[in-house]
Write a protein that binds this ligand. Structure first.
Ligand SMILES: C[S@@+](CC[C@H](N)C(=O)[O-])C[C@H]1O[C@@H](n2cnc3c(N)ncnc32)[C@H](O)[C@@H]1O
Length: 199
């Protein structure tokens, strides 16, 4: 599991984690066109595994990028400050990455994604709504996922602290604020998917 638990214990890394029920994500139904920028493409590097050499994966963490499998170009870079010219990419993906950023950074990242997308380019965002904390001593919440990428299924989990107020409406508002149209939205339990289009 990838998490932002800086105190996780080596022997029992999941001791303090409250896991969701299993959620399925089927990537095979998505048509990711052209040159793809994957924001936060370290960790499992799911989009890199799915779309291979089409993908440029950026992540501020060298360690996370090194760990990510897949035949894509990996560059150490922060989503808040993309070192690409305007209108460079046909597609941008953000796969369970916004949940790891600080709320004040979200608007910067959305502005940057809009800037580097070509006209008619599409942004695909998958993330989760962190539920209210139930009666539990566990300090972290994690979503359990099985992701179908066609030739295999990836089983993983993404964890974070309780209390972050990120949800589907928050990202739709950000998208509209920076000039995107919303062309698809889908909720599956605690997870959701939103597709944005640049005019
Ligand atoms: C743990 S991964 C999970 C999702 C990942 N997309 C995957 O396929 O497994 C989330 C990544 O977001 C990265 N991240 C955090 N803040 C970021 C930022 N400001 N810009 C880009 N990536 C960021 C983290 O370094 C981490 O590698």
């Amino acid at each position: 599991m990838n998490d932002d638990n800086e105190n996780s214990e080596e022997e029992e890394p999941h001791k303090d984690v409250y896991f969701s029920k299993l959620h399925n994500v089927d990537l095979t139904r998505f048509n990711l066109k052209g040159r793809i920028l994957d924001i936060g493409g370290g960790g499992e590097g799911v989009i890199g595994q799915f779309a291979g050499a089409q993908v440029i994966a950026i992540d501020p963490s060298e360690k996370e990028l090194r760990e990510a499998p897949g035949d894509c170009l990996k560059i150490i870079m922060n989503g808040k400050d993309l070192k690409f010219l305007d209108e460079t990419f046909d597609t941008i993906t953000v796969f369970f990455t916004m949940m790891y950023m600080q709320m004040p950074d979200h608007l910067h990242v959305f502005k940057e994604m809009h800037r580097v997308l070509k006209p008619n380019g599409e942004l695909f965002l998958w993330d989760l709504t962190i539920p209210d904390k139930p009666e539990t001593d566990k300090k972290f919440y994690a979503i359990k996922l099985e992701i179908d990428i066609g030739d295999k299924k990836i089983s993983t989990g993404y964890g974070t602290k309780w209390g972050k107020k990120f949800n589907l409406e928050h990202y739709i508002d950000l998208g509209k604020k920076v000039g995107f149209d919303i062309t698809e939205r889908q909720v599956n339990g605690e997870t959701f998917f939103i597709k944005f289009k640049k005019d």
